[in-house]
Design a binder for this molecule. Sequence first.
Ligand SMILES: NC(=O)c1ccc[n+]([C@@H]2O[C@H](COP(=O)([O-])OP(=O)(O)OC[C@H]3O[C@@H](n4cnc5c(N)ncnc54)[C@H](OP(=O)(O)O)[C@@H]3O)[C@@H](O)[C@H]2O)c1
Ligand SMILES: *[C@@H]1O[C@H](CO)[C@@H](O)[C@H](O)[C@H]1NC(C)=O
Ligand SMILES: *[C@@H]1O[C@H](CO)[C@@H](O)[C@H](O)[C@H]1NC(C)=O
Ligand SMILES: *[C@@H]1O[C@H](CO)[C@@H](O)[C@H](O)[C@H]1NC(C)=O
Length: 315
Amino acid sequence: MLSTCFIHLKTQPLWIIILSLLGFLSIVKNTIFLLKWIFIKIFRKPKNLKNYGSWALITGSTDGIGKAFAFQLAKKGLNLILVSRNLSKLKNVSSEIRAKYPNTLTKIFGIEFSGPNISARIIEMKEDIKGLDVGVLINNVGVTYPSAMFFHEVDEEIWMNLVRVNVGGTSLITRGIIEEMVARKKGAIVNIGSGASIVVPSHPLYAIYAATKAYIDQLSRCLYVEYKHYGIDVQCQVPLYVSTKMASTVAFVEKPSIFIPSAGKYVESAIESIGYEARCTPYWGHSIQWWFASLLPSAVLDAWRLSTGIHRRVA
Ligand SMILES: NC(=O)c1ccc[n+]([C@@H]2O[C@H](COP(=O)([O-])OP(=O)(O)OC[C@H]3O[C@@H](n4cnc5c(N)ncnc54)[C@H](OP(=O)(O)O)[C@@H]3O)[C@@H](O)[C@H]2O)c1
Ligand SMILES: *[C@@H]1O[C@H](CO)[C@@H](O)[C@H](O)[C@H]1NC(C)=O
Ligand SMILES: *[C@@H]1O[C@H](CO)[C@@H](O)[C@H](O)[C@H]1NC(C)=O
Ligand SMILES: *[C@@H]1O[C@H](CO)[C@@H](O)[C@H](O)[C@H]1NC(C)=O
């Protein structure tokens, strides 16, 4: 069958041969992509996170995705350093975790990432956690606008806070933790990016948020390359919508659905991805949305995001 096909093809004009070849290559490429995706989502074994060290540090751990990370890393047998701004919420999360996982050790540390003196606070934190082998770092803390806004409508106060938390928080915490990982020659760092800067070509009316997430993406990729031979696995995870307080504020998401997982569901797949690719979309429903987005022309996605943004602004 194949040989008659080849004989038939040989008699065709050159342009048909070239087109057929391109079509064939595209099928091969997409098949490999699909097989790899199925392997990763179903068959690949998650890493044993305890091999990185016995403690995990999670920022923004009092709600949403960060809180789910805290519970599920405790379940994996890691001790936890919980970092967030609200001490009473931190105490509550910590005691909920210890009630559920009595063998887990926890430490809490309050940092207001939009505050004036994050660096000084992080130096204090390093003193406080001295001697603990922090093997896993989850840079999860992140904020966005209170609602969709044109760039010129965003108060300087709001966007400076956003940059302090999203860019400053992630960079400074990483800077504070990575040296010890280098010394021990092992570690896993997960930075939470966003589909806003990667899956869609633009995220109008949330420009500064999307731009901070593009920073996270590129920082992660460079650190992945810089620190690979120090045994440190840096990764940018790219969630699309996850049903949390943030998604409720910006997108009026009030309950999970198949394409908008709960924080717990998202984190189940997030934990299985730690230590592998430089950039990934852990949740399967998110990867399917990403794949569909990749089929559409950028101009269509831009127009769609712009109309969504404007709709949310007046809503
Ligand atoms: N949810 C989504 O649809 C979605 C999609 C893509 C990416 N992401 C990213 O995922 C990450 C987590 O989002 P989420 O939806 O879980 O958010 P969330 O439910 O709003 O939780 C954010 C966490 O960060 C803490 N936090 C906020 N501002 C802080 C500050 N200035 N200083 C210290 N801690 C602060 C919060 O503390 P309090 O409890 O005190 O507020 C809370 O624990 C973010 O980086 C976000 O950009 C989320
Ligand atoms: C901490 O969170 C609780 C519950 O959301 C809130 O009542 C309290 O005012 C917060 N404390 C601070 C210092 O922000
Ligand atoms: C902490 O937990 C207590 C008891 O469960 C609850 O009454 C209180 O409101 C919680 N505080 C915060 C800040 O969530
Ligand atoms: C910021 O940190 C420095 C160094 O620790 C300290 O001298 C200064 O007082 C701090 N400023 C504020 C506003 O906390």
